[in-house]
Structure formats: structure tokens, C-alpha cells
Design a protein around this ligand. Structure first.
Ligand code: IMP
Ligand code: MG
Length: 197
């Protein structure tokens, strides 16, 4: 069955993503002129966004990855996030831009920023494609924001439901009946979140 059959509504079409990412890349190129920023992409959801963003940056920059996991519903009470895969390099003295697909409750990014701050970066900024502000539980300073979205569970362009739909080239909402048929191993649920983030 085709993935397209599962889609209820496209929220952000491919062309709008492209245009916005071009703008973000240009802003970063201007803001970091003369520096060499290190983009830290949060696996796995931010991979598509980051790879497109990187190609819109016209100054020298570098790329590293970090993977986090939250403990399912526990994250809602404790905010504890575990680092599953750490950076390959030191960020001491580096101009770091943390890139994520979506800031939802903000718990993941809040924890990561606190952790990265202890490693003495020269600067630390946040770039997020999507901002689901109504769900925010921790303040997160988003320096480069793609789009604000309403409180709806979205997939596509790197974001998944039960590991699927990352390959859709746009941001969309699934038909409600899709959630009943998810495979046993779920990585994301619309209601809360289970590991890994
Ligand atoms: P937060 O810690 O609640 O801000 O959530 C961070 C992570 O949850 C994101 O990086 C996503 O991986 C995941 N997430 C939050 N909302 C959605 C959504 O609407 N669709 C897919 N994944 C989501
Ligand atoms: Mg994520």
C-alpha cells in the first residue's frame, strides 16, 4: 500500500520547506560569517532537514551528530534524557548550532543545551524546523525557526510515526485510523513519546 494513502492533510508542502530552509541557510551564513559553525544534528528526525540546510549554507561549516533517548512517559515528569550516541568531537571554543526537526515539550532540547553548555562552546544556538509551541513545558530559545505548527502530531521530512513516514518530502498529518495499525515496535506515538526521540 502506498504511503500517500495514509495521509489526511499536508501541512507544509515541499516547496514551502525548500524556500524556508533557503532563508535559514542564508541567515546562518550571514550571522556566522568569519566563523566556522559546527552543526549538531539530533538523530534521527533532523537528518533530512540538516542535510538540506547544510547545502544552503555558503560559509565553511562542520557537521556532527548526537542521539538522545527519552524514557517514554517518564520524560514528562522528570525531563531525563539519555545520550545514546555522543558527539565525535570536542565543542570547546566552537560555535555550535543544535539542529532538530521539532521542538515539542522542549524537554529534549533543554536537557541537551544544559549538557552542551558544560563543554565550553564559544556559542550555542538552536535551529528547529518546527515549533509546536502549545506543547512547550521548558523554555527553549529557538534562534532559527522554520515554522510554528499547531498541536498536532506530524510526520514526514524526517519525522516518523512508529519508524515510518520519514521519507515523505513534506510535513503532514496522518489519518486517525493509521494509528490503530502501527507495527509492534513504536518509536513515536501521537499522544506521548516513547524512546528513542
Ligand atoms: P520534545 O522533547 O518533547 O521537545 O520532543 C522532541 C522530540 O519528540 C522531537 O525531536 C521528535 O523526535 C519527537 N516529536 C515531537 N513531536 C512530534 C511529532 O509531532 N511528530 C513526530 N515526532 C515528534
Ligand atoms: Mg527528534
Amino acid at each position: 500500500m502506498a504511503l500517500l494513502d495514509d495521509i489526511d492533510e499536508v501541512l507544509i508542502p515541499e516547496e514551502a520547506l525548500k524556500a524556508r530552509i533557503r532563508e535559514l541557510g542564508q541567515r546562518i551564513s550571514t550571522d556566522y560569517a568569519g566563523k566556522e559553525p559546527l552543526l549538531v544534528a539530533i538523530l534521527t528526525g533532523a537528518v533530512l532537514f540538516t542535510s538540506d540546510l547544510l547545502r544552503q549554507i555558503s560559509i565553511p561549516c562542520q557537521l556532527d551528530f548526537i542521539a538522545t533517548s527519552s524514557y517514554g512517559e517518564q520524560v514528562d515528569s522528570s525531563g531525563v534524557v539519555r545520550i545514546l550516541k555522543d558527539l565525535n568531537q570536542s565543542i570547546e571554543g566552537r560555535h555550535v548550532i543544535v539542529v532538530d526537526d521539532i521542538i515539542d515539550t522542549g524537554l529534549t532540547m533543554d536537557y541537551l543545551l544544559e549538557t552542551l553548555k558544560t563543554r565550553y562552546p564559544a556559542s550555542l544556538k538552536v535551529c528547529a524546523l518546527l515549533d509546536k509551541l502549545p506543547r512547550r513545558r521548558r523554555f527553549v530559545p529557538i534562534d532559527y525557526r522554520g515554522f510554528e505548527i499547531p498541536d498536532r502530531f506530524v510526520v514526514g521530512y524526517g519525522l516518523d510515526y512508529a519508524g515510518r513516514y520519514r521519507n515523505l518530502p513534506f510535513i503532514c498529518v496522518l489519518k486517525t485510523q493509521v494509528y490503530g495499525q502501527a507495527p509492534a515496535i513504536q518509536t513515536q506515538t501521537p499522544a506521548g513519546r516513547s524512546a528513542p526521540a
